[in-house]
Design a protein around this ligand. Sequence first.
Ligand code: SME
Length: 152
Amino acid sequence: MKLAALEPKVSLLLNNENLRIAERLTLVCELLQSEVAYYDWVGFYFKNGDKPELKLEAFAGEPTDHTIIPFGKGICGQVAVSNANFVVPDVKAQDNYIACSMYVKAEIVIPLFVDGENIGQIDIDSHTPDPFTEEDERFLEFVNQEVAKILA
Ligand code: SME
């Protein structure tokens, strides 16, 4: 399936003003996790107030203990400070990695910017080795831009 085919559905869910933003984000996580075979866990982390840490705001997949992640720790914490996409084809090759499940083989984290500021990220875990391509990066950048519009 072409990921871009999901873009109108993502926009529709995010623009449903009858729901709170956290509910809309959960629906987007559920859509992505159910529609993309190799997206096994999908979540949005955001900067936790003024603290140098990320807080899990919405997710689909198995619950995780890692609802708070300090800046710099793990793949997510590194993206909070690097402001750059982080594609991990093999999590075992990473030293600074926080394991959420023994089944996870690969991970992708894309920062989310509002007015040029890195305020959060979308994080996806996969049980498939090395599944992510530039198509995923472009698609997830689109998702984050759509989220940024409702947060701005
Ligand atoms: N693996 C992440 C932690 C979050 S879980 O994937 C849900 C990391 O290393 O930052």
